[in-house]
Design a protein around this ligand. Sequence first.
Ligand SMILES: [Zn+2]
Ligand SMILES: [Zn+2]
Length: 429
Amino acid sequence: MSRTPEARNPEAGAPEARVPESVYARVREEVAARADRLWGVGLALHREPETAYEEHGASRLLADELEREGFRVERGVAGLPTAFTARAGGKTGGESEEGAAGDGPCVALLMEYDALPLLGHACGHNLIAAAGLGAALAARAALDGGEDGGGIGGTLLAVGAPAEERGGGKVAEVEAGLFEGVDAALMFHPGVYDWRWAPLTASAQIRVGFHGRSAHPTGNPTEGIDALGALIQLFNALGVLHKRLPSGSHVQGIVTDGGRATNVVPEYAEGLFGLRGGTTAALEELVEELRTCARGVALATGTTVEVTGVGGRYEHFRDNDVLSGLFAGHLERAGIGVTEPVPGLYLGSSDIGNVSTRVPAIHPFVAITGADGSDHTPEFAEAAAGPRARRVMLAAAEALACTAVDVLLRPDVPERAWDRFREKAAAGL
Ligand SMILES: [Zn+2]
Ligand SMILES: [Zn+2]
C-alpha cells in the first residue's frame, strides 16, 4: 500500500489501493478489546446528562480517554469551554511523528455529547460520543500497532463537538478554522431508521418587529397604527407564500410580542420565524421572500419594519457518497444494512451541515428503535441505554474506524471524496 503524497497527485490519477483484510480485522479486534469500556462511557454520559454548553463532565471524560491512549489533547477550542480536539499522527511543529509520510490525509471523528433539557439523552448523543471515541482509539491502535510499523499514514483528529441541540458548537468550530486541512469528517447518529445519510435542511431564525403608533382604541383611534395588525397580516401573507414553496422549504412563526393591554393600540409587535430550506440556497431565497413580505405589509399598513437574523445559520447537509458508501459497506459487515432515505422526508437541521459544506462528511442514521419510534422522547432516551444501542454503537465504531482507515491508507479515497464534494457544491447540492 502506498502512503506517499505523490500517490495523491490528481494529474496522475491515484490508483485504487486496497486495505489489507488484516488491517480491518485489527480494527475489529481493537474495538472488541474496548467494548465494555466504550459502553461504560456511553452509560456514564447517559446517567449524567448535560445540556448544551454545560457538558463539562462528558468532554473531560472523552478527552481523558483519548489522552490516556496517546492523543494530543487541546481543551476549550473554538472559544467553547466544553469543546476539544485530540490529535494522533501527522506533524507537530514541522517534525514528523509516528512514522507518518509527509502530512498525509486528515480524518476527523466527530463526537456530540449534549443532552436535552428534562429528557436526558433522548437524541442518543451519548452513543455518538462512545462510537466516535471507539473509532478514534481503534483506528489509531490498529494502524500504529500494525506489523508493518507504518504508522497511521496521516492525522487522526477526534473532535469534541458540544451543543448540537442548541447553539451549534460545530458552527463555532467551523468558524474557528478547526476543519481546515480535514479530508473527511465522520460521525453517526442513532435514530429510528437505518439510513446511509441524513436529509437535513438548512435553517435560520428571523425576528420581525413592526413599529406602529400607540393610541386609545376609542379615545383617539384615528391616531393609532396597529403594529400587531401588521404582524397578523405578515402571517397571512406567509400562509399564501407557503403553498408555493419547494419541497424542504418551510416557515413557522410565533408571536413574541403582541402588545401590552387591550385598551392601547399596540405600537410594537414582534414575531420570531423559523425558516428551513432543502438547500442553503433555497433557504436564502426564503429569507428574501420573508423580507419582501414584511416590507410589503409595512407599506400597506403604514408601519415600519425591522428584519434581523437570530443566532447562527445551519446549512443543509451535503452527504459525501464516496465516504458514506464505504461506511455502509463496513456497517453491512457488522450486520446492519443501511438504505437511501425516503425521498422528500426531512429530519430537521443540524450543525453538521456547516461542516459538510466545508469538507467531505458523513452523517448516517442507525436505528436503535423501530421506525414507529421517535427521537426526543422518553422512550428514545431509554433505548439509548439499552442492549440494541450497545450493539449499534459498537458496530458504528467499527465502521467509522474502517472508513477512517480507508481515507488514511487509500490515496484514491480522499481524492474521490473531494472530487465528489466539488461536484455537489457546483450543483448547489
Ligand atoms: Zn436532537
Ligand atoms: Zn441529535
